[in-house]
Design a protein around this ligand. Structure first.
Ligand code: DC
Length: 205
């Protein structure tokens, strides 16, 4: 059983995907962290602007140990992840790792941008989690304890733009995905809606 959870930055997909994995007893992979690891490695190797060759080399020798790096979650690394994610060779280098994770028994939940469209087009259930940019910026501001809301909003918009407009596996809802707009939902309501959507797919109702 594979559950694909896609959507833009700060829409709540990580929280929802983790909760689904707990609910069903499945494995969970935050695929954004893979791109963040590549972005962080590229920043450390040479800073801005990021060289494609550095990012490709980092993706090809990704070390899952780096998953624990505290810097992975910061916004600069999120921006770098979004830049390296547009490089087709980086995406290709990370593809098999994600697919083999998805095959884990008894099931797996993967969250990202292209899980339902490219990584696991045959996923059993696909969710596309979204929310208005202003709402996502407010949530991200709270999460980061950031002072400048306008700067966070600008960053979210820039990331949406880059993730949606790239030619390699852009951020896109799969035609068979259930879209959940969490703008007016709290966490509990969003999780409940996601479980209902997956159950509907599993049982065919
Ligand atoms: O979900 P996140 O903010 O941790 O993702 C960081 C960046 O990685 C995001 O801006 C786009 C990229 N990404 C991607 O292109 N494909 C995925 N499956 C996951 C993330």
């Amino acid at each position: 059983m594979i559950i694909a959870v896609d959507g833009p930055a700060a829409a709540g997909k990580g929280t929802i995907a983790r909760a689904l994995a707990r609910h069903y007893g499945y494995h969970f992979l935050d695929t954004g962290s893979l791109y963040r690891m590549v972005g962080l490695a590229a920043l450390r190797a040479g800073g801005a602007p990021i060289a494609s060759s550095t990012a490709i080399a980092a993706a090809r020798k990704l070390d899952p140990q780096d998953f624990a790096d505290a810097e992975l979650r910061n916004e600069q690394v999120g921006g770098a992840a979004s830049v390296v994610a547009a490089i087709p060779e980086v995406r290709a280098a990370l593809l098999e790792l994600q697919r083999s994770f998805a095959r884990k028994s008894p099931g797996a939940v993967l969250d990202g941008r292209d899980i339902g469209t490219v990584v696991c087009p045959d996923a059993d259930a696909k969710l596309f989690i979204t929310a208005r940019a202003e709402v996502r910026a407010r949530r991200r501001q709270t999460e980061l304890g950031a002072a400048d809301y306008e700067a966070v909003l600008a960053d979210i918009r820039a990331r949406d733009e880059r993730d949606s407009r790239r030619t390699a596996a852009p951020l896109l809802a799969a035609p068979d995905a259930v879209t959940l707009d969490t703008s007016e939902m709290d966490i509990a309501a969003a999780i409940a809606a996601a479980v209902r959507a997956v159950e509907a797919r599993r049982t065919g109702f």
